[in-house]
Design a protein around this ligand. Structure first.
Ligand code: F6R
Length: 260
């Protein structure tokens, strides 16, 4: 597990976008696992800028989103399908056939979730999974007590998550209570995982994920089982880490070895 404490959210977004663009240059048909929410927006802005500058070609990329709400039509202002179109897909000219979202319609969601898993597998698996983290330690919508072996399925959102997301809804409307999310087990199968976390609100979750015992009570702690995870955190999110100086030293040594 690598922890990179960044000077700012912009620096974190810059580093993550650079990783994705380098991977895309090596593999034009890259398979990306994508997150929504406020955290990845800076990364998406940089991918769009690279595309506009002719530095990135997304015509062969395939994407799989982590989660989607049940009960919101695709065109709803707050659906994750709308979010992705607005922040990334429309601006990089991605075609509908290249993108995949967890299924939230139809009367056999369990079968549709199994089909989503199979599509990920048949596409060759996710090369890079982008993650944020909830203040309660969720990744995707794998809320505390989610099985660490879980697969794509329906989850009921906790009061904590509903409260965190209430800001996006007009008073009286309220956020949806349920979502379909990739499971923790699904996420752990990605070849590489890049997680960003910003702000004091996430400090306890970052501490539990990086330094706590592996526990379904803090689903992000399952990332300790993965061989290639990097946390890009700002100073606020890093504030509860007990080995903060060590992570800085590891990073400095890594840059020194790379000759930078
Ligand atoms: C979104 C997702 C969630 C968010 C998390 C943090 O697709 O899977 O796990 O990453 O809730 O949300 P923000 O970034 O809004 O703080």
């Amino acid at each position: 597990m690598r922890v990179i404490e960044c000077d700012s959210q912009d620096q974190a977004a810059e580093l993550v976008a650079a990783e994705i663009l380098a991977a895309l240059a090596r593999k034009p048909d890259l398979v990306l696992g994508l997150a929504t929410g406020s955290t990845p927006i800076g990364v998406y802005e940089r991918l769009v800028a690279a595309h506009r500058a002719g530095r990135a070609d997304f015509t062969r990329v395939r994407t799989f989103n982590l989660d989607e709400y049940i009960g919101l039509p695709a065109a709803h202002e707050q659906s994750y399908r709308t979010f992705m179109k607005r922040h990334l897909f429309d601006a990089i000219g991605i075609r509908p056939g290249q993108v995949h979202f967890p299924p939230v319609e139809g009367n056999d969601l369990a079968a549709a979730c199994a089909a989503y898993e199979l599509t990920i597998k048949n596409t060759g698996g996710i090369d890079i999974q982008l993650l944020g983290v909830g203040s309660n330690g969720h990744i995707g919508f794998n809320e505390p007590t989610s099985s660490l072996a879980s697969r794509t399925r329906v989850k009921t959102l906790t009061d904590k998550t509903l409260g965190d997301n209430a800001r996006f809804y007009a008073s009286g409307e309220g956020p949806p209570q349920m979502a379909v999310t990739m499971g923790v087990g699904t996420i752990l199968e990605a070849r590489r995982i890049l997680l960003q976390s910003f702000g004091t609100k996430k400090a306890q979750a970052v501490h539990a994920a990086v330094e706590g015992p592996i526990s379904s009570f803090w689903p992000a702690s399952a990332l300790q089982l993965h061989p290639d995870v990097t946390f890009f955190v700002d100073a606020e999110s890093a504030s509860l880490l007990s080995m903060r100086d060590y992570y800085r030293r590891v990073r400095a040594n890594e840059l020194r070895l790379r000759g930078r």
